[in-house]
Ligand binder design. Structure first.
Ligand SMILES: Cc1ncc(COP(=O)(O)O)c(C=O)c1O
Length: 399
């Protein structure tokens, strides 16, 4: 079942179909504007945004502090290149260092670009000692570049795209035996999401993480945490890995950090950061000053108070979703995740529920086949969650 778009939406949809690569499975909503937790379409309908630009708009839409920072910056300069020293980059790097405890930051433009930068660090690390294997895990998502795809397993993203990078492999997530039988002195790095986003809000087990660190101790490889979706406070901790009592060598970030502008990054220990020497890595736009001033507002808000709010509303959201689970045990198998990163795992395909939710005024998306993914802005309130609960109740009742 699909939502029937009204007139103005349909005009834009038809124009798009004529001229744009048809690579995205889009929701049938043509956007007019967005503010706070709401998106408005060109026909005047308002939607509660539980997708947040796919885990991007941490402060919601059109946040006044972000707009003010951007406006101020574009009047000073919009782009000068990484040939120069720029206050917005240095300030954001200082904030990230303070919030994360990692001493060094590299700025990129996106998550996938951060993945590839981190993989280059792994190769540099390994090439010094003749170890080349880089390992990813099933269900992981690291972006659409060849580096990222090489350590992912989903056929939809990879079929007909090979060959991929040599000496890369994908092991089953949360499988300690597989890890122990394959990781060895040829392993340069493993890369994982501690909470998989596209993979359906699947969390790494403590046992699995402990096994990675046991093997790391034995073989000395690097661990790369992909915190592109889970990081910058989304789970209620600044990084999802913090709960496991471990500290990866390299952390990739993007999404929420830019507050809606394209911005990615790599955080690293001093030793790992030193793997990339002058001239070895770079990007024209990475750390764009307009994106960085937006990022400064996001990191400031998250570190000063918003992360506590995420924890609190996250618990409320979890409680309300568990109520739904009790009310609709035939539809819902499990509630997963925490903070502003939660998933409703269904007993059936989740995709048909997305247009039904849209009809009730809620935007969400389906992932990993049977999971309704909820990655809302961090500013979500209890009233918003009650509205979501009411919409989900109506949708499941009508089944
Ligand atoms: C965990 C994770 N890593 C990397 C990426 C890739 O980020 P981007 O789409 O900005 O390239 C994503 C995007 O969804 C992601 O969720």
């Amino acid at each position: 079942m699909s939502v029937q778009p009204l007139h103005n939406s349909q005009v834009l949809i038809d124009r798009e179909h004529n001229v744009v690569f048809q690579t995205y499975r889009r929701i049938n909503v043509a956007i007019d504007r967005a503010e706070g937790m709401r998106i408005y379409d060109v026909d005047g309908r308002a939607y509660l945004d539980m997708l947040g630009g796919i885990a991007v708009n941490a402060l919601g839409h059109s946040h006044p502090r972000i707009i003010e920072a951007i406006e101020h910056q574009i009047r000073r300069y919009m782009h000068v290149s990484n040939v120069f020293y720029q206050e917005p980059q240095v300030k954001l790097a200082e904030q990230l260092v303070a919030a994360s405890g990692y001493p060094r930051v590299f700025f990129s433009n996106s998550g996938a670009e951060s993945t590839d930068g981190a993989l280059k660090m792994a190769r540099r690390f390994g090439s010094a000692s003749g170890r080349y294997d880089i390992i990813g895990f099933s269900g992981g998502f690291h972006g659409r570049t060849y580096g990222a795809l090489s350590i992912m397993d989903k056929p939809l993203y990879k079929d007909g795209m090979g060959p991929f990078l040599p000496n890369t492999l994908v092991l089953p997530y949360n499988d300690v035996d597989a890890l122990e039988s394959r990781v060895d002195e040829n392993t340069a790095a493993v890369m994982l999401e501690f909470v998989q986003g596209e993979g359906g809000i699947a969390e790494a087990t403590q046992e699995f993480v402990d096994a990675i660190w046991r093997l790391k101790q034995q073989f000395g490889f690097l661990v790369i945490a992909d915190e592109v979706q889970s990081g910058i406070g989304r789970t209620g901790d600044f990084f999802a890995f913090e709960r496991y009592g471990v500290r990866p060598d390299i952390v990739t970030i993007a999404k929420a950090m830019g507050g809606g502008l394209p911005l990615g990054g790599i955080l690293a220990t001093e030793e790992a950061a030193a793997l990339l020497e002058k001239g070895m890595h770079g990007t024209t736009y990475g750390g764009n000053p307009v994106a960085c001033v937006a990022g400064s507002v996001v990191v400031d808000e998250v570190a000063s108070s918003l992360m506590h709010h995420v924890r609190e509303v996250g618990e409320y959201l979890h409680g309300r979703l568990r109520e739904l689970h009790s009310a609709f045990p035939n539809h819902i198998r499990e509630i997963r995740g925490r903070g502003c990163m939660q998933g409703i795992v269904l007993t059936m395909d989740a995709a048909p529920f997305i247009p039904k939710l849209l009809e009730r005024g809620v935007i969400a998306n389906a992932t990993a086949g049977n999971v309704i993914r909820l990655v809302p802005p961090f500013i979500i309130t209890r009233a918003d969650i009650d509205e979501l609960h009411a919409a989900l109740t109506m949708v499941f009742s009508a089944e």
